[in-house]
Design a protein around this ligand. Structure first.
Ligand SMILES: C[S@@+](CC[C@H](N)C(=O)[O-])C[C@H]1O[C@@H](n2cnc3c(N)ncnc32)[C@H](O)[C@@H]1O
Length: 217
């Protein structure tokens, strides 16, 4: 059973104001939602839209591409930015590449196939000013550490799903007791963020977001 962290009526109300950036992105979203692909929630997208408009990033990194929806959203939202997105499953990466080509965004989005941490080992110079972590929930700490190395000072790192439908907060939400490892690892990750040198804020928006400002000095 999946629980919403926030009251369903509140979510419906917030999402009644959801505005897709264009009809082609909406089509991709609707196809993802219809096929149960775990793309960013509408309320998460609305919040990211606001954040990206404030930050105006030039180089965006994403770990966890799936069908390429959020990468395409980043590219459309930030017309001056380049997007690098990393996907572990090769067949999923191929779907993302096709979707990105269909949206004519292939010159702005690069899809790398492989593990989020491993692929970043080839990036020796810090360059990314906005990073979105949205991949395997039990590996966030290693994704985050690799992302920090690739980030410039004052980059923003958004870690999605940190509340895991409430399970990070309380075991009672893990009704079938199936997510112990993810729960333990995500709690450890949030504790890690608490001691990390940058500034982190937790939000209950969507499935829970951790927002971190990277401090390199
Ligand atoms: C929640 S989906 C990403 C959704 C996408 N960000 C969006 O909103 O459109 C998570 C994706 O992360 C990928 N993934 C899992 N482990 C990974 C890893 N170690 N490195 C990179 N990608 C990974 C999964 O295959 C899956 O496609």
């Amino acid at each position: 059973m999946k629980s919403n962290i926030t009251n369903d009526k509140v979510i419906d109300y917030i999402n009644s104001y959801y505005k897709p950036l264009n009809h082609r992105l909406l089509e991709l979203r609707e196809a993802g939602e219809a096929n149960n692909v775990p793309i960013i929630m509408r309320e998460t997208e609305s919040f990211l839209s606001f954040l990206l408009e404030v930050k105006k990033p030039k180089k965006i990194l994403e770990i966890g591409t799936a069908i390429g929806y959020s990468a395409a959203f980043f590219a459309v939202k930030c017309p001056d930015a380049e997007v690098l997105t990393i996907e572990k499953k090769p067949e999923m990466a191929e779907i993302a590449i096709k979707n990105i080509e269909n949206l004519n965004l292939e010159n702005r989005i690069r899809v790398l196939k492989g593990d989020g941490e491993d692929m970043l080992k080839d990036f020796h110079d810090p360059m990314f000013d906005f990073i979105f972590i949205d991949a395997a929930k039990s590996h966030y700490e290693r994704f985050f550490k690799a992302a920090c190395k690739a980030a410039v000072d004052e980059a923003i790192i958004v870690s999605d799903n940190v509340l895991q439908h409430g399970m990070t907060v309380s075991n009672e939400y893990d009704v079938y007791d199936k997510h112990r490892t993810n729960i333990r690892q995500m709690r450890a990750f949030v504790d890690f963020l608490d001691t990390y040198g940058g500034t982190t804020g937790l939000l209950s928006q969507g499935d829970g977001l951790a927002l971190t400002i990277v401090r390199k000095n």
